[in-house]
Design a protein around this ligand. Structure first.
Ligand code: AP5
Length: 215
């Protein structure tokens, strides 16, 4: 499967994408994860992206497109992939089209997770994640077995820099102003499959699996 998962910040893209990637044995390509990793390591890309990510803004298109081109050049994407957090602007969607045409890897599905902004704020401010393996948790909806500690590797869970109320408001504003515009682009191609993401993670996963198994 070659697919994109789209939706507002905190709607549950990462939670669903990790499960889909594990089930289908395809790489999960998340620009947010790649950028946070680059920032932690202090690479040139990380230095360029830091201020944008930490303030809840969008990293310039050319930086993110460069990341995606490099990621696809690794050679493990011929059996499928799931893109999470990319494309986020119309120019990014255009660049992706050019890249995928060159690679002969056309998109098969765009899953759009939909949920009211009011629920999203609670999801994001309660989010915790493992800095080592990236596993997502929530203080109320997805608790680890032992409070504050990752189930997979025992690492202390952390809260993201950009998960404060003020920064989430900025990220939601960016989503509605810029990212939502990529949806009609894919709708015209008949690729968009909408999923109600306001239910529990398991229910959302079942709904995502159902829309993906549709011919
Ligand atoms: P990114 O990491 O992509 O952030 P985002 O889109 O804001 O999405 P999140 O990771 O916050 O949320 P999610 O939808 O994955 O939700 P999750 O599954 O974790 O990007 C971060 C930043 O990087 C951007 O702001 C930007 O600066 C930069 N960036 C990245 N890509 C870029 C690009 N292409 N162009 C420019 N800049 C870019 O779930 C959230 C919480 O809710 C978790 O705690 C989870 O446990 C819980 N949860 C999940 N599902 C449910 C459910 N169904 N019910 C209840 N709780 C749930």
């Amino acid at each position: 499967m070659r697919m994109i998962i789209v939706g507002a910040p905190g709607v549950g893209k990462g939670t669903q994408a990790k499960r889909i990637a594990a089930d289908m044995k395809i790489p999960h390509i998340a620009t947010g994860d790649i950028l946070r990793d680059a920032i932690r390591q202090g690479t040139p890309v990380g230095l360029k992206a830091k201020a944008f990510v930490e303030s809840g803004g969008l990293v310039p298109d050319e930086v993110v497109v460069g990341i995606i081109e490099e990621r696809f050049a690794r050679g493990d994407t011929s059996g499928g992939w799931i893109l999470d957090g990319f494309p986020r602007t119309s120019p990014q969607a255009q660049s992706l089209e050019t890249l995928l045409t060159r690679l002969s890897q056309p998109i098969q599905a765009v899953v759009l997770l939909e949920c009211p902004d009011s629920a999203i704020l609670e999801r994001i401010t309660g989010r915790r994640s493992c800095p080592k393996c990236g596993a997502p948790y929530h203080v109320r909806y997805q608790k680890p077995r032992k409070e504050g500690v990752c189930d997979q590797d025992g690492t202390a869970l952390v809260q993201r820099e950009d998960d404060t109320e003020a920064k989430v408001a900025r990220r939601l504003q960016k989503y509605h102003a810029e990212t939502a515009a990529v949806v009609p682009f894919y709708e015209k191609k008949g690729l968009v499959r909408r999923v109600d993401a306001s239910k529990s993670p398991d229910e959302v996963y079942r709904a995502v699996s159902a829309v993906l198994s549709r011919p």
